[in-house]
Design a binder for this molecule. Sequence first.
Ligand code: ZN
Length: 600
Amino acid sequence: MKKKSQAGFYLAAVLVIVSFVHGAAAQGTMAFTVSMERPNTHYYHVVFKCEGLKGEAQDFKMPVWTPGFYQIMDYSRNVLNFRAEDGAGNQLAWEKTAKNAWRVKSGRSSSVTVSYDVYAFTRFVAESYLDDAMGFISPTGVFMHVAGRIQQPVTVTVKPYLDWKRVSTGLDPVEGKPDTFFAPDFDVLYDCPILLGNQEILTFEVQGISHIFAVDNFGTFDREKFVADHKRMVEAAAAIIGEIPYRRYAFLVIGPGGGGLEHANSTALTFSPLGLNDPAGYKRWLRFVTHEYFHHYNVKRIRPVALGPFDYDKENYTRMLWVSEGFTSYYEDLILSRAGLITGDDVFEAARSNIANYENIPGHLFQSAAEASFDTWLHSFGRGDNAANTTISYYDKGAALGMLLDFKIRAETQNRRSLDDAMRALYQEYYKDKKRGFTDAEFRAVCERIAGCPLAEIFDAYASTTMDIDYPKYLAYAGLEVDIQPKEGVNPYFGVTTRERDGKLIVSNVEWDSPAMHAGLSAEDEIIALDGVRVYVRTMDGVLREKKPAEKIRVLISREDAVREVEVVLGRRQDRSFSIKPVANPTPLQTEILKSWLGE
Ligand SMILES: [Zn+2]
């Protein structure tokens, strides 16, 4: 059975290579040139030459989103000066047919060159940026494709500004052609951002494979330790899946900020270099970079069917971001613990904080992890003021569910198997053998096969509904206890979040089921005084701390310029800490599970 399927695979591979060569010749060529002569204007100039086209008209399209950043970005908003000409240099007529589509009337010309400018002045991993010090090309926002020809190979030649010496990207370089790169299709092109400038390069190898850090303006830090630590991190991550699937990997650090975006053989990161020099900041960085790195397995290769190949014209829905994002967050801490870069206590604290983040907000009563995944396109990363009342983060709850599932598998198999085995099986069976993503049912089936038992409680209840989770039962599998007792806060509970606007204290959100909600307060109310004392953003907490729970306070508010007074009966907030610690007298199996889980 194995032999037969391998022979079949080799035959298929030969056929693919032959048809690829023929196909490329038959399809013609596609080539981009990107220049940036006036970076102070923040425009990239893009020339896209296509040969071997067929038909009377060609639709040139710009993606509306970028994989990994689940939000409609409408990159075409940055495009201007669109022009088209045929192979002889004659102008071709065109019209917009959608917000992200330009229809070029190419007539009989098989050669069409379009050119356009892209405004790039947002320094963020899912946007493009250009100034006279550096450039970052987020490919979905810079490169158009011809509708129906996503599968075609393409080259990109960049012409860096003036004395810029470095072009860092996961794309394959074209031999003999400086600053020219190749992608076998547009999915690969759209997955390979490009960093340009005079960035510093730090390198290390793992299993003979080159890894680079391209860091722009990253300040003073211990580079030797940095490189050694990241090498250990990559080794610990690779040990989970058992192989490294790329030929090179690039960490592209594009400046200060707080976002990262994963790709198959690179990641783009923003981070303040100041954070690297204090121990807590360095751990924050390590968790962040490990998260983005582990994504090259979990989401880029081990992935739900909806997440590749992609539809670049609209939202791509999945109910499984609690796996793709949540499990990646879960593995951050395990990888760093197994690499010896953080302690067991750090792992317990990370798990505690993941659980507390969603359990202690009202949103956990209304939204499941699966629903949060599906509806991410509504809320995405710019979570509004009311988000905590109605939604949860699939990063937090997904990480907790990953831990529950891991402990359940370990307990059911006497620690012979773990979530690592399920991830490895998904990688082998879906990414490598079937060469596709998995459905929700297939993912569950692999987990149940590895565990050797049904996992209805985790999948049907905890992931798909808002049902209360039995944390003590699951954490006990690993010899851990968790504090789920609600504890009354010391300070009286009022229940609003506020912001300052024009010197006024404005309510940004009223927490669900809080004293403020029951008293009739609303978002956008201006709070003028508490018990006759004028309050400001900086003084309100202090005034409240002087009060006692159950005490009534008079709150003077202005709503739509009408001033009124409401009475709020202060409460006592009941939060749960979810502190996690090892039990006093673990069984041998509990001890073994905990040790192997942490990699001790
Ligand atoms: Zn992520």
